[in-house]
Design a protein around this ligand. Structure first.
Ligand code: DON
Length: 573
């Protein structure tokens, strides 16, 4: 087939033309999946307008961190379901000048008064309303502190410069994309958001009417908040006028966050977790995220199998993926929590431990989840979310994932600020054996304690090839983040897909419990039948994750914005 195409092509194009073109980036032009290509820098985020803001910063000579902070602040305006000031997240920064990757943990912290039974009712049962939709569900937000920390430590531009585009977007407004109009019309979100007067004012018209795609959404309260931040820096948020509004609302409506909690919030700079897979170096987020550890653990296990030969999307490959995922998520439920409070076993990412776990995997037979238990890694020895990826022409890279937890967080806007507050406290394990909003189980390691960070699955990751950043990526998706990141990594490293195909290809997910294999469309009925024959209970999922990725190869950046969530986009200066 390829040969025929080549003969056909060569009858039109002379060999000398082809030779001349060989200095262009090498990409398979016969692919049905096309990445964006540039060599000047690249921003890939879940909103093209926010990517444009970041790209403009790169165009002005800013570095990847400057662009990251500007993009994150813009997403707080144009992607209210996940971009945020009232939430938290993680930023991986590769600095070319130091040849070093830094992990910035700006995850929310539990208010000091939080305690392990916070979300139990009088009968000792998990109270979903409290844990997910009340002010009690809010952790002390870290986004403002984290972005400011990144900029002032690793950026080159001023805070005022990077915040300016967001003020304009909030004040003058932006064109509502279909995706935003659509989610705001969903009955669950509409009911939740319109029952909170400040949220209704921010995201709906008078009388709680909907915005249509193409209309302009202005957010004057959010513009006020951003101007306060521009003028006074993070102090406005943690001590000043914004802090006062947060504390007032907490007191009035039963939240726990105090002025002291806000003032005591600290960003943690951490050492990334590192692993290897078939010659690639994997660098990812350590606790308080579980993402990096389980990504590396699963890759360690998968290294022993002939995944390439089994082929993408075959029943055999999906079976091995599911077996590996189950074991990682069983370990997650037992061993993972905020490492400032709990000694997470470092043995989880050792190659020996992966070999040990692999001993119980059969190539053909499914292990029922009730026969999968957390393993025995060696102990600690010493020492709706959104992702964006950025690379600059200086060789720096940023992978950032941040969130309010659910889409639109708790659905509560702090009056006067236009700012949604997170419901990240539900990421703690409220009661052993009772799953959280993502069906995840947890234990003592992730129990609620004052000042502790709830365990996350966010997995901003940089994969290195020949010691240079090769793949910069991450995803939202709750518990499905880690398995989404895993599959995109395998699609590139093992299946040799171009980045657009790697991102677009269908995915599966297994998290041990509940015992179902979630599966996107596109694997085919015969594969599904083979999996069902092995005893898998398939659960069709429309989409999983939303990966924003950049591949850096041969002097070019190849970008792919996940088509699963519309209005994402790649922009280059
Ligand atoms: O930190 C976590 O793992 C969750 N709060 C992430 C939530 C999420 O990805 C929602 N987006 N789809």
């Amino acid at each position: 087939m390829f040969k025929i195409f080549f003969i056909f092509l060569s009858s039109f194009v002379s060999f000398s033309t082809l030779a001349a073109e060989s200095s262009f980036p090498i990409i398979d032009y016969q692919s049905i999946h096309h990445p964006h290509i540039s060599n000047t820098g690249m921003v890939v985020s879940q909103r093209k307008v926010a990517s444009q803001v970041g790209s403009d910063i790169l165009g002005k000579g800013g570095n990847a961190v400057d662009a990251a902070v500007a993009t994150a602040l813009a997403l707080a305006v144009v992607l209210p379901r996940a971009g945020n000031l009232g939430g938290g997240g993680f930023m991986m920064v590769y600095l070319e000048s130091l040849d070093k990757t830094i992990a910035i943990d700006y995850r929310e912290k539990a208010p000091a008064a939080a305690h392990r039974d916070l979300f139990l009712d009088e009968n000792g049962n998990y109270d979903k309303q409290k844990a997910q939709f009340s002010l009690l569900s809010a952790g002390v937000p870290g986004s403002v502190a984290g972005l400011y920390y990144a900029l002032t430590k690793y950026g080159t531009m001023s805070w005022k410069e990077v915040i300016a585009p967001s003020i304009l977007l909030a004040e003058k407004g932006f064109v509502v994309p279909h995706d935003l109009a659509n989610t705001l019309s969903f009955s669950t979100y509409r009911k939740r958001l319109t029952s909170n007067p400040a949220a209704a004012k921010s995201f709906y018209k008078k009388n709680k009417d909907l915005y249509s795609a193409g209309e302009i959404l202005r957010q004057p309260d959010l513009a006020w908040t951003l101007k306060q931040l521009s003028k006074h820096g993070p102090d406005a948020f943690y001590k000043g006028a914004i802090a006062k509004k947060i504390v007032k609302e907490m007191k009035k409506n039963g939240g726990l966050i105090t002025a002291d909690d806000l003032e005591n919030y600290v960003v943690a700079e951490r050492v990334p977790v590192k692993g290897t897979y078939k010659g690639f170096d994997i660098v990812s987020m350590p606790p308080s995220s579980s993402g990096g550890i389980h990504l590396i653990q699963m890759l360690n296990m998968l290294e022993s199998y002939s995944i390439k030969e089994m082929g993408f999307g075959s029943a055999d490959t999906i079976h091995i993926l599911a077996e590996v995922m189950k074991r990682a998520y069983a370990d997650r439920s037992k061993y993972l929590g905020d490492s400032d409070f709990y000694n997470v076993p470092s043995g989880l990412i050792s190659k020996e431990y992966a070999k040990e776990l692999n001993k119980n995997i059969s190539l053909k037979n499914r292990t029922p989840s009730n026969q999968v238990y957390a393993g025995n890694p060696l102990p600690y020895e010493s020492p709706d979310t959104t992702h964006f990826s950025i690379m600059d022409s200086f060789g720096n890279a940023v992978a950032n994932t941040y969130t309010l937890n659910f889409s639109y967080g708790s659905g509560i806007v702090i009056p006067g600020t236009g700012m949604l507050i997170n419901n990240e406290m539900d990421d703690f394990s409220s009661k052993p054996g009772t799953p959280n909003g993502y069906g995840l189980l947890g234990s003592e390691a992730n129990s609620i304690e004052g000042n502790k960070r709830p365990l996350s699955s966010m997995t901003p990751t940089i994969i290195f090839k020949d010691k240079k950043p090769y793949l910069v990526f991450g995803s939202p998706g709750g518990s499905r983040i880690i398995t989404t990141v895993l599959q995109v990594a395998l699609n590139v490293m093992t299946h040799g897909m171009n980045i657009a195909q790697a991102v677009n290809s269908p995915r599966i997910h297994h998290q041990w419990l509940p015992e179902v294999l979630m599966i996107e469309e596109g694997f085919g009925a015969d594969t599904e039948a083979l999996l069902e024959q092995r005893g898998y209970r398939l659960y069709p999922s429309r989409t999983m994750g939303s990966v924003q990725a950049i591949l850096n190869k041969d002097g070019y950046f190849y970008g792919a914005a996940d088509p699963r969530r519309p209005s994402a986009g790649v922009v280059s200066p």
